[in-house]
Design a protein around this ligand. Structure first.
Ligand SMILES: Cc1ncc(C[n+]2csc(CCOP(=O)(O)OP(=O)(O)O)c2C)c(N)n1
Ligand SMILES: [Mg+2]
Length: 320
């Protein structure tokens, strides 16, 4: 894999950052990314930046992209050598810019229009966040892949490192439950919660039998929209709602869990959310919660195919 490190620097050789001339690619101070170089090439020509290519295999150097500086070897070793050479600065302007973006683009969703309407997935994560606020350092989250993964990342407020276990962009549906089991075995004193999607859970849900057999107290919160929601979102936005292979005919997750000897509950309404969440969090032993959520909710921001990161789509209420 080609890893390109594009850094705003006045002098590449000394790796010194100067604030005055800062005006970098996509307004960022430092970019670590894969196979992208256009802006960095421009910056190199103007002697205000460039491409540092970390590469273990010499044959890949300058193969696709001409590097301003190439560093051969293990990227982890070389980054460790680079770090002490970087001068830190307060970067007030940059952080106030970030604050402004946060104000302009807050995490956003609309609550159900009436209590009989299905819960929004964000409400469930917010309630989990609220009820675990006093012992955040003890909570480990894992996820499947899809919209639920994004909502978990957005609406559970993160304070402690190494407390979210997710396959990230590698996109391994089915990862949530087995990784939760592994995390709980490794850290029995932690509260380990798999925030899963219905389709992701279906991939490895059989592992509940393992949790039951060895009494591994994992908690599984299934955000059940009866859809492969992330793919459906693309079909909504870019394929005129022509749903292909995304609607799920799911098993009854409560019965399925009980059949394997695992306690299971279901959440449907806003009214029962706090009490059922409490029961879910306090139960001692493996437990599944089938949370029935709004099927048509979208997750934002999202980057459409073929677009650059800064061309993301925001929640419709935040559009200019
Ligand atoms: C094993 C695997 N197959 C296919 C995909 C592509 N994919 C990404 S998200 C997704 C749908 C996930 O649905 P669900 O788990 O219900 O999550 P939701 O988006 O509804 O929250 C699919 C099929 C994948 N990431 N992994
Ligand atoms: Mg789903």
């Amino acid at each position: 894999m080609i890893v390109l490190l594009v850094i705003w620097l006045v002098s590449i050789k000394t790796f010194k950052f100067k604030r005055k001339k800062k005006k970098s690619i996509l307004n960022s101070f430092l970019f670590l990314f894969i196979d992208f170089a256009l802006k960095a090439k421009e910056a190199a020509k103007e002697k205000r930046g460039g491409i540092i290519h970390f590469e273990i295999s010499p044959k890949n150097i300058n193969k696709v992209v001409q590097a301003t500086e190439a560093i051969q070897g293990d990227v982890a070793d070389n980054l460790n050598r680079l770090l002490p050479l970087i001068e830190t600065s307060e970067r007030k302007e940059w952080f106030s810019q970030i604050d402004e973006w946060k104000r302009k683009y807050p995490w956003k969703y609309s609550k159900p229009l009436s209590p009989d309407k299905p819960l929004k997935p964000q409400q469930i994560i917010e309630e989990m966040d609220r009820q675990t606020a006093d012992y955040k350092e003890k909570v480990l989250l894992t996820t499947g892949v899809g919209q639920h993964q994004m909502w978990a990342a957005q609406f559970f407020r993160w304070r402690h490192p190494r407390t979210m276990i997710t396959s990230g962009g590698l996109g391994t549906m089915g990862y949530g439950l087995p990784s939760a089991i592994g995390a709980k075995v490794a850290s029995p004193d932690k509260i380990v919660i798999d925030i899963d999607g219905d389709a992701s859970f279906c991939m490895t849900g059989m592992e509940l039998a393992t949790a039951a057999q060895y009494r591994i107290g994992v908690k599984v919160m299934i955000l059940n929209n009866d859809f492969q929601g992330m793919v459906k979102q693309w079909q909504d936005l870019f394929y005129d709602e022509r749903y292909s292979q995304t609607e799920m005919r799911n098993p009854d997750f409560v019965k399925l869990s009980e059949s394997m000897g695992v306690k299971a509950i279901r959440i449907r309404t806003e009214e029962e959310l706090p009490i059922k969440m409490k029961e879910f969090l306090e139960y001692d032993g493996p437990i599944v919660c089938d949370a029935i959520i709004e099927r048509h909710e979208h997750v934002y921001p999202m980057v459409p195919a073929g677009k650059a990161l800064h061309e993301f789509i925001v929640h419709p209420d935040l559009m200019d």
